[in-house]
Design a protein around this ligand. Structure first.
Ligand SMILES: [Fe+2]
Length: 539
């Protein structure tokens, strides 16, 4: 088959040189095809390209075949691309009987008896097919097919080189447009990591966002990795690998041998060989790390590095915008909560300080039972606002708390529902609404307004119920004496499983007994907590 007398490796070297200099690309593709036809003494050949979602292999170059044969009709892919790509070269020994043939009559009329086809994946959504047509029988060796593959790869690479810059520009334009339109940051970052994975044929890509002051990972957006496989990566591991500082680029050529990656298995990257990471400054203490992972050895060219740089920067800009917006939102949030609490306290002097203490207890209980700092902050605000529905109560009823008629009691029982209704229109307080609505539900289902039971009561509401009762006990009320901590503990324990969630009771009792909370542990004028450091996205 392969005619060694034609010096195939010399021809390969010539083609390789031509790939650097020959322009336009169609001339190069024709030269590659002509070389293959000559070296294999074929009758002719074609080079076709398929770009998804099309099903048609479009002709890019041909040698030695008649116009009639080439125009016989559309050449389509008739089996899954993945299979064609995995199986590699295909030899059709008899065009008349082989089921792969679409136009056996046209082949007979052209005098084609056999075909060798080599498929190439140019990009994830672009394929190339090199076909040699023979007038007689063929018997290619493995070496022949290997050589044809190497030759054809020059064509696939040339096609890739023309497509990729276009795609880089298109991707950059789309991402940049989304950033400047103020689109959702999580969606922008997700777009960035998936486009990078596809365009660089990487195994995966992750945009890490880390807080260098708090020394923690704020968030990650990944493509190509199962989320669970990244669970073991902590802040210390990331710092060791990427040594994050704005403008830094880290290239790890062999992840298995590099000591910066102590346990590739643990990182869920057992199939990873090359890692490229770029760091971006987002604000004073937040750094973004764009990390691309390849399964084999991979050296990125300057154009590819530029592509990573500009996309990573767009991600950083988007994050910065989101954080500024979030800081403004938090200011609005604080002002609204403070305004509502002041309105309630002006109405109900009896509970002055009560809401603040419930908020503080709720936040500590939340952390004690393992909720996140952000959830604990939400509980603090829910505590401040839990009785906001009393704004709707008449002064007469509020003044008579503890000495109410059944009808007045019925009205008081409406306050969780009224509170939820007051907050519902404020979209940024929507997470507090269920906690407020259900803060008088009992664990055994005997509470109000909906008689929810056990886990059906939101955890935030279960915390508020217990903290509300505890604060009333240890702070006292007009006509109700303060109770010492041990009595409060006993009372809470009595209610565990009936009125209160036993888990919350356990946390509160633990804190009471260690002096963590109590009548003197908080000051009514304690400032609102600083929550500006939390991550702006809803991860
Ligand atoms: Fe209440």
């Amino acid at each position: 088959m392969l005619d060694h007398a034609c010096h195939p490796f010399q021809i390969l070297a010539d083609i390789s040189r031509a790939a650097e200099t020959v322009d336009p690309i169609d001339e190069l593709l024709e030269r590659i095809l002509a070389a293959a036809v000559d070296l294999f003494h074929a009758k002719g050949g074609t080079l076709r390209v398929l770009q998804l979602p099309s099903n048609e292999l479009r002709l890019r170059a041909s040698v030695g075949l008649s116009a009639t044969y080439l125009e016989k009709g559309a050449v389509t892919v008739r089996q899954p691309l993945r299979r064609i790509y995995a199986e590699g070269p295909l030899v059709i020994h008899d065009v008349q009987t082989d089921p792969h043939m679409q136009y056996p009559e046209a082949a007979a009329a052209e005098g084609v008896a056999a075909i060798i086809e080599v498929p190439f994946r140019v990009l994830p959504d672009c394929y190339m097919s090199l076909r040699l047509h023979f007038g007689g029988p063929v018997a290619p060796t493995e070496e022949d097919l290997g050589f044809l593959t190497i030759l054809g790869r020059q064509g696939a690479q040339a096609i890739r080189d023309t497509l990729v810059p276009d795609r880089y520009i298109k991707t950059f334009r789309n991402v940049s447009r989304a950033v400047h339109a103020g689109n959702d940051t999580a969606a922008i970052l997700q777009g960035i990591v998936s486009q990078i994975t596809d365009l660089l044929s990487a195994a995966g890509c992750i945009y890490w966002i880390i807080d260098t002051t708090g020394q923690r990972i704020e968030a990650k957006v990944s493509h190509g990795f199962a989320f669970r496989s990244l669970a073991a990566v902590d802040y210390a591991a990331l710092v060791k690998i990427f040594d994050p500082a704005p403008g830094r680029t880290v290239i790890i050529e062999d992840a298995h041998a590099d000591e910066r990656i102590p346990d590739p298995q643990g990182l869920g990257k057992q199939h990873i060989r090359t890692v490229v990471g770029l760091c971006f400054d987002i604000d004073a203490h937040i750094v973004g790390i764009l990390a691309v992972y390849f399964s084999g050895p991979r050296r990125l060219n300057p154009r590819e590095m530029d592509f990573l740089q500009v996309l990573g920067e767009q991600g950083a800009i988007s994050l910065l915008r989101a954080r500024c917006y979030d800081a403004r939102m938090l200011d609005t949030f604080r002002q609204t909560v403070e305004g509502l609490v002041m309105a309630l306290e002006a109405k109900d002097a009896v509970t002055h300080g009560h809401s603040l203490n419930v908020g503080l207890y709720a936040r500590r209980s939340a952390l004690a039972i393992g909720l996140t700092p952000r959830e604990a902050d939400l509980l603090y605000h829910a505590g401040l606002l839990h009785d906001i529905g009393k704004i709707g109560m008449t002064d007469k009823i509020l003044a008579r708390l503890g000495r109410l008629t059944p009808r007045e009691m019925g009205q008081i029982r409406l306050h969780p529902v009224i509170g939820a209704r007051i907050l519902e229109p404020l979209l940024f307080l929507d997470e507090l609404v269920p906690m407020i609505r259900h803060h008088h539900e009992h664990y055994d289902g005997s509470g109000y307004p909906d008689g929810l039971r056990g886990e059906a009561i939101p955890i935030g509401a279960r915390i508020l119920t217990a903290c509300d009762a505890l604060e009333t006990m240890i702070a006292g009320r007009p006509g109700i004496p303060r109770r010492p901590a041990d009595e409060a503990v006993a009372e809470l324990r009595r209610g565990a499983g009936t009125r209160f969630d036993p888990r919350v009771v356990q946390a509160l009792c633990g804190m009471l007994q260690t002096g963590g909370i109590g009548p003197d542990s908080t000051h009514p004028d304690a400032p609102l907590p600083d929550t500006t450091g939390r991550f702006p996205l809803g991860f």
